[in-house]
Design a protein around this ligand. Structure first.
Ligand code: ADP
Ligand code: MG
Length: 280
């Protein structure tokens, strides 16, 4: 039985300003199970980052409630516990890296939590191993590529031992190589049992999740498996979003009479189906 770890109930969030209020989230309802890998897609300004900041109580609902592992995020007494449960990885790794040496940077979180030195060492070593960056532990982060820096930022979160990691467009500033590194790391963390919430505007990345949530103008307008969400290409495009290239190509081939299986999301799946076709 999967256990619910995040529950969002009738969430409304309003940015208040002298020049006028902005409703950024409106009646958002959502449940995420422990160990789930959920992607969130939506055009710029649809409310994805605002929602992400609610998961670790950086923002508090204007109306409605969020519970993280049972703790109400609007109750100040729960802030520490919530932040120990939910790590965040943002778009620009340069804004997240604080130390001049990789291993010191990764140690920063557990040090702040007051962990013992041997415990910190263990956590830093294992976090760097998970993101495949052990050999860089004495390096200066400034010397690393964008993908490597982002993996150091992820290691910093892992060293805090959070159960949930929220990624807010972590690959937006990376080249294709860096994007692959991050996605592979995220898939590995998911396989190890972490709960992953992954905001992206790359449909190929969203297709790797177990479930996709679609946001538009502050609301969740659709949710389901990648197959379901990307099956209606017209609807996705109408929202200003893209479907994965492999899904698009498979749809075209089907229209030309190719008998392809229903579940094709990646280039590899498409290639495999096409090779199988030839053999028949
Ligand atoms: P996304 O991450 O999907 O691009 P955001 O959550 O950043 O969307 O923004 C949702 C809406 O809230 C947008 O209309 C945006 O302009 C507005 N918004 C975001 N941050 C602020 C802020 N600090 N003050 C006022 N409005 C904001
Ligand atoms: Mg955003």
């Amino acid at each position: 039985m999967s256990k619910e770890i995040i529950s969002v109930k009738n969430l409304k969030y309003v940015y208040k300003s002298p020049t006028g209020d902005k409703v950024a989230l409106d009646d958002v309802n959502l449940k995420i199970n422990a160990g789930e890998f959920v992607a969130i897609i939506g055009t710029n300004g649809s409310g994805k980052s605002t929602l992400a900041k609610h998961f670790n109580a950086l923002l508090i609902p204007t109306e409605g409630k969020i519970f993280v592992d049972g703790a109400d995020t609007s109750d100040e007494k729960n802030f520490l516990r919530i932040r120990q449960n939910v790590g965040m990885v943002f778009q620009n790794p340069d804004n997240e890296i604080v130390a001049a040496i990789v291993e010191d940077d990764v140690a920063f979180g557990p040090e702040n939590l007051g962990a013992a030195p041997e415990e910190i060492r263990r956590r830093v070593d294992s976090a760097l191993e998970v993101v495949n960056m052990s050999e860089y532990k004495k390096f200066s982060p400034a010397k690393l590529s964008g993908g490597q820096k982002q993996r150091i930022a992820i290691a910093g979160v892992l060293a805090m031992r959070t159960k949930i990691i929220v990624f807010d467009e972590p690959t937006a500033m990376l080249d294709p190589q860096g994007r692959r590194e991050i996605l592979n790391t995220v898939k590995k963390l998911h396989a190890e049992g972490l709960t992953i919430i992954y905001i992206t505007h790359f449909p190929e990345e969203a297709a790797q999740a177990e479930k996709i949530i679609v946001m538009d103008a502050g609301k969740i307008i659709d949710a389901g498996t990648p197959e379901k969400i990307f099956s209606d290409a017209k609807k996705i495009r109408r929202l200003g979003l893209e479907i994965p290239a492999a899904v698009e190509l498979a749809n075209r081939l089907r229209r030309k009479g190719f008998k392809l299986p229903e579940k094709i999301l990646t280039g590899e799946e498409l290639a495999k189906s096409l090779t199988n076709l030839k053999r028949i």
